[in-house]
Ligand binder design. Structure first.
Ligand code: NAD
Length: 377
């Protein structure tokens, strides 16, 4: 720590740009150093954020004893190795999603983390977006009653992403790179998902890029109590205007209300039975549904747009990173484990592995079977 602040070093300066902004705006952190193999990018970030130093060597970043925490924003395929290296160097870790692209290294990585005594937090950023946070708060306050079902999706025409050279390398998939946001929202509400089933299509739009990965997908995921969620993704076809359908949405259908948290426009819609309603009126309200017994409201958070989207366009969303790094710091100070941690992140990857197998077998797949195959439970 330096001046009572955690010292955070960042590797991977594309998306890493958001965490640099978050660090510089946080009362809990000071920036240790930044690192990227691409020296031009290092210089660009130094200029952008008025920084004086950088390194092109991850090993050098890890050798810096002043650094307490490493923020990892390198391509998906490198996360496992970069987390392991950081833990062995005695650092806490914040790693962007997806934590892993498969479970081969999961057990060893968990053991490495447990041995190190350090925390690993997975930056599932969508959980930290304003409308999604507010939706969660209202759900936890009981405004929506008991959860009946959940619908989540991430749909965006993201063919632009295939210009990145690493999207063509083994391991890239729309599921792991994009759809994980929608999967994570389902996991957040249904932590005990035991079975999944789904269909997917490789459209000719994806094949044009020389890739053979499903770009349009629908899954059903079911938890141990029988509650299920639908999780959908579409990445290589035109999308509806966000006035009609947000790119990321989470709809909660509860016994007392319904709510939809949307992304990009910072809107949450909620309709719920008023808790204050006297018992005798409750039946009436349910039967007749008179408007006055319901709150039917769209909450807008437009004033927060500059906080969440600090750069040009809306592809970076630094406000979420601000929320999650500050949450991480508060958890460390309180001696608590920030979630999702490595264990939860790996469980989500097991759910995704089950989803992938269901796509190719056409049958429902049990998550526990996958976890035990890899010796994780
Ligand atoms: N919402 C989110 O949470 C969100 C959004 C976008 C991207 N991401 C994740 O962020 C990560 C990076 O994505 P991106 O879009 O910035 O990709 P990118 O290709 O633009 O950037 C990755 C950077 O990592 C650098 N790098 C690779 N190996 C390195 C090494 N060994 N040492 C130092 N630097 C190294 C590359 O030079 C590159 O600049 C991915 O895992 C992606 O899934 C998360």
């Amino acid at each position: 720590m330096k001046d009572n602040k955690f010292v955070l070093g960042v590797v991977g300066l594309g998306e890493g740009r958001s965490i640099i902004s978050a660090i510089l705006n946080s009362e809990y952190y000071t920036l240790g150093n930044i690192c990227d193999l691409n020296e031009e990018l290092c210089k660009l970030r130094c200029e952008e954020f008025h920084l004086e130093r950088y390194t092109t060597s991850y090993e050098e970043l890890l050798r810096d004893e002043a650094i307490d925490i490493i923020g990892i924003y390198t391509p998906d395929q490198f996360h496992a190795a970069h987390i392991r290296q950081a833990l062995l160097a005695g650092k806490h870790v914040i790693c962007t999603k997806p934590v892993l692209l498969g479970l081969t290294e999961a057990k060893e990585l968990l053991e490495c983390q447990q041995k190190s005594g350090k925390k690993v937090f997975i930056g599932q950023s969508t959980r930290f977006f304003e409308s999604v946070l507010q939706q969660r708060k209202s759900y936890e306050a009981g405004v929506l009653g008991e959860l009946v079902t959940l619908e989540t999706h991430y749909k965006s025409d993201s063919r632009w992403f295939l210009d990145r050279p690493w999207s063509k390398k083994a391991g890239f998939s729309w599921m792991y790179n994009f759809m994980i946001h929608a999967v994570d929202l389902a996991v957040w509400y249904l932590p005990d998902i035991e079975e999944v089933f789904g269909y997917g299509v490789v459209s000719s739009n994806t094949k044009e890029f020389g890739l053979n990965v499903e770009d349009t997908l629908t899954f059903l995921v079911k938890d141990k109590s029988g509650i299920y969620a639908t999780v959908e993704g579409a990445y290589a076809t035109p999308c509806l205007n966000k006035e009609i359908e947000f790119p990321i949405e989470c709809t909660i259908r509860g016994t007392k209300g319904i709510s939809r948290g949307g992304y990009n426009q910072l809107v949450m819609y909620q309709k719920s039975l008023k808790d204050s309603l006297p018992e005798d009126k409750k039946c009436y309200a349910l039967d007749a549904e008179p408007e006055e017994f319901f709150e039917d409201k769209t909450y807008r958070y437009d004033d927060k747009h500059p906080y969440y989207f600090r750069f040009e366009g809306e592809t970076h969303h630094a406000g979420e990173y601000q929320n999650y790094i500050d949450y991480f710091a508060k958890a460390l100070l309180a001696g608590e484990t920030p979630l999702p941690d490595l264990k939860e992140g790996i469980h989500t990857i097991a759910i995704m592995e089950a989803m992938g197998r269901s796509l190719h077998t056409g049958a429902p797949v049990k998550v526990e079977r996958i976890l035990s195959e890899y010796g994780i439970i």
